[in-house]
Design a protein around this ligand. Structure first.
Ligand SMILES: [Zn+2]
Length: 477
């Protein structure tokens, strides 16, 4: 009887993660399990083929029996409210931390959908053009019924989620609660073990432990974001960050703007600054965390301290709050955020979004970029077409809110905070597997360049059959 997988997203792109597992049992009954339900973002939506990708799933949401989520990032979870609004009635499985993060992220995403739609209508009316007929992808009202479908299980617990389908999560070390998904599938005649890595973290000493090894699989779906490159060797993050803070804020008396993703990176940077502060090495410079989502996320991370690396949990005995230190302020109100721009005092501002495409950080950049005393510190991946990408590529001027902004500020970058493993780390992650026993390795969640390169590296390691699925391509397992 067939067991099949169809790739409905993240097939040649890094967004829209969505893989549909279909099982027909020997008694004729069927099961359909959706691995992730991510939103397409950025360039994946740019051309005419891409426009509708978030509106048409390519399968019937009502026919899905269960969703199994790898982690909370929007490119893995962001279409769940739409799936539920279109008739999905099963459970959504995740780890407890992923559920908590999804509650704030999906609501934030719904507000953005609503805002973008109202904004598009307003702009169309102003120009006398046709008003968009399709509404937002979903609204805030769709989030609560979605959250009500969540059911959670911890790492390393084996659980029957449907007849013939057992789920075990292992820690993927990517963000809080992130998991690799391991399914034991039995059609009544034969059984098969399918592992889906989700996004794979790094083997560096940060808040979270490195990715955990997992039991032998028959088929693996693996991410490939950085499949063609190795991150720069990491000096101590503390030393590098301290050097930037001292040079910009103390020596030049400028402002250091750190555009950072609200979840994950913001907490990692606060953790580094807190360590420097505890050691008495952080200069007395005000630090502002300017993002309501980051503040809520930091509270969730605090609540899940049991997931930290053992050495970090040990530190909690000496310092019960690893994200707070003298001089740090958390800015919720937008009036307070605007006041920050009026002041000329040296400070550090951590604000979303990481790719500098949206959010409050654009206001800070608008004011900071013209002054050569200031600096922007990029800490994550900036996709082509984003403001972050332009700055990192040496743009001398950019446009923000329609204004021409000269770039005189210094543009810095730190790779330490990247949440994705590089080529070497992805190869290392699958060293827990006997490649001869893996019938097929599917590479997803990477542009074609990186995943083709990674396929070559995996073949050298003995994985015989490495596939690069195309969008909507179906394979029998
Ligand atoms: Zn992710």
């Amino acid at each position: 009887m067939p067991i099949a997988i169809t790739f409905h997203g993240a097939a040649g792109t890094v967004t829209g993660s969505k893989h549909l597992l279909e099982l027909t049992r020997t008694d004729g009954s069927t099961a359909r399990v959706l691995l992730d339900c991510g939103m397409f973002q950025g360039e994946a939506l740019a051309n005419s083929n891409g426009k509708d990708r978030n509106r048409r799933f390519g399968f019937d949401p009502e026919s899905i029996d269960a969703v199994v989520l790898s982690h909370a990032h929007i490119d893995h979870s962001g279409l769940l409210p739409r799936l539920v609004a279109e008739g999905f009635r099963g459970p959504i499985w995740s780890t407890p931390a992923t559920r908590d993060l999804c509650a704030i992220m999906l609501e934030d995403s719904a507000r953005i959908q609503e805002y973008d739609f109202t904004d598009a209508v307003r702009r169309a009316e102003k120009r006398g053009k046709a008003v968009p007929t399709e509404g937002p992808l979903y609204t805030v009202a769709d989030v609560q019924p979605t959250m009500a479908r969540f059911q959670t299980t911890d790492y390393n617990e084996r659980l029957a989620i449907l007849p013939g389908v057992e789920l075990t999560y292992s820690d993927a070390g990517h963000i809080l609660g992130s998991a690799a998904v391991h399914l034991s599938i039995d059609d009544g005649e034969r059984s098969l073990r399918l592992s889906f890595t989700g996004d794979v973290g790094r083997y560096v000493d940060r808040l979270l432990p490195p990715p955990a090894p997992f039991p032998q699989a028959d088929a693996i779906i693996c991410e490939s974001t950085y499949g063609d490159r190795d991150h720069a060797d990491i000096a101590e993050a503390e030393e590098e960050l301290l050097r930037h803070v001292t040079e910009v804020c103390v020596n030049r008396r400028g402002r250091l703007i750190i555009p950072a993703f609200s979840i994950g990176k913001t907490q990692e940077i606060l953790y580094t600054l807190n360590a420097l502060s505890n050691a008495g090495r952080l200069p007395r410079i005000p630090v502002f965390v300017d993002s309501p989502l980051a503040i809520s996320a930091t509270d969730i991370v605090r609540r899940h301290a049991a997931l930290f690396r053992p050495e970090v949990r040990e530190e909690l005995h000496r310092d019960p709050d690893l994200f707070s230190f003298p001089g740090v302020s958390f800015v919720r109100e937008s009036e307070q955020s605007k006041r920050l721009n009026g002041s000329k005092e040296p400070c550090i501002i951590i604000s979303a979004s990481g790719m500098m495409e949206a959010g409050r950080v654009r206001h800070h950049l608008l004011h900071a970029l013209p002054n050569a005393d200031n600096a922007v510190l990029a800490v994550g991946f900036c996709a082509p077409g984003t403001l972050g990408h332009e700055l990192l590529n040496g743009a001398r001027a950019v446009r923000i809110f329609g204004e021409h902004v000269p770039v005189n500020a210094e543009v810095l970058r730190m790779e330490f905070y990247s949440a994705h493993g590089d080529r070497k780390e992805l190869l290392h992650y699958l060293e827990c597997q006997d490649p001869a026993r893996v019938r097929t390795l599917y590479l997803v969640h990477g542009e074609d360049g990186p995943r083709t390169a990674l396929a070559g590296s995996f073949k050298e390691r003995g994985f015989k059959n490495v596939q690069l699925p195309k969008l909507r391509e179906r394979f029998e397992l």
